[in-house]
Design a protein around this ligand. Sequence first.
Ligand SMILES: [Zn+2]
Length: 341
Amino acid sequence: MTSEQLDWLRTLPKVELHVHLEGSMSVATVQELTERHGADPTPVWPDGFPPAFSFTGFPDFAAQFFYGLSLLRTGDDLATITDALAATLADQHVTYAEVTTTAYTHFLHRDDRAGLAPEEYRDGLNEGRRRAAARGVEIGWVVDIPRDIEQPHEQVTIDYLERGPTPDGLVAIGLGGYEVGFPAAPYASQFARAAALGLPAVPHAGETEGADSVRSAVVDLGAVRIGHGVRCLEDPAVVELLREREIMLEVCLTSNDLLQVVEHVGDHPLPALLDAGLRVCLNTDDPGWFATDLVTELTLASEVFGITPAQHLAMQLDAVTASFAPPETARRIRAALAEVS
Ligand SMILES: [Zn+2]
């Protein structure tokens, strides 16, 4: 790409709909929190911190991810990582982001430490969200159920969402984690309770499992957007279902590459998803752990698949439509996009 094209992508007004707060920590942030708490990183990185995170598949990724999680011990830690994420979003001209956070993992007892109280969790997120706003980044929170950790009978996340206190800017409920062996259907009643709270469903599906998982996310959970969903292509009936209900797929190229959902990024079905007439937006998933950002993802889409500026513009506009941004925010971003040529 020419430097002009890169500049255009960098300054394009953007929204991001699929980014995990706990997956946004960079090596620098993990180091900072390691020092803050006097933690020992050697079981995970015997030779010291790597220049960038790297791993071979989901289980290896999870081990490092859980070390990062273990460093989030206070509300202030959550504010720190939210602000660090917001700084990178602001650099990329992302002015609205729906950020997923996994409440359950913060409430758990870990080793000899008690988990966070819901009040401290709420206060940390609110403080982080305030700091983000000061950087010009508005955050909507998605609280997700970690399907491979929280068993359906536990109901911790939904009980919390009902009782609170929940953070300001809560917009939706998600379902994250490893799909294999952890189907969506057993969480249906919890998503129904979330719907009663006015929280739409944005579960992950069709990442580590196939098209049936996507169908279940739509039929059993009432998904209005799907995290990933790329394996919907394995069943034309599921593609039709997504088209019919105009469900957007939150596609994450680098994530799918690094977690081996596809063998090489060039094998990614992004063009096939677009050819199938599906709604798609581009996202980072876990930008810290995957050493990526939204500009990198958009650049990759252009370089590998020839996504044009007009297509990028259309995807950003459609992402605004599929977002839960307040009307005034959506209007502002659409106006900014209308000025881009
Ligand atoms: Zn995700």
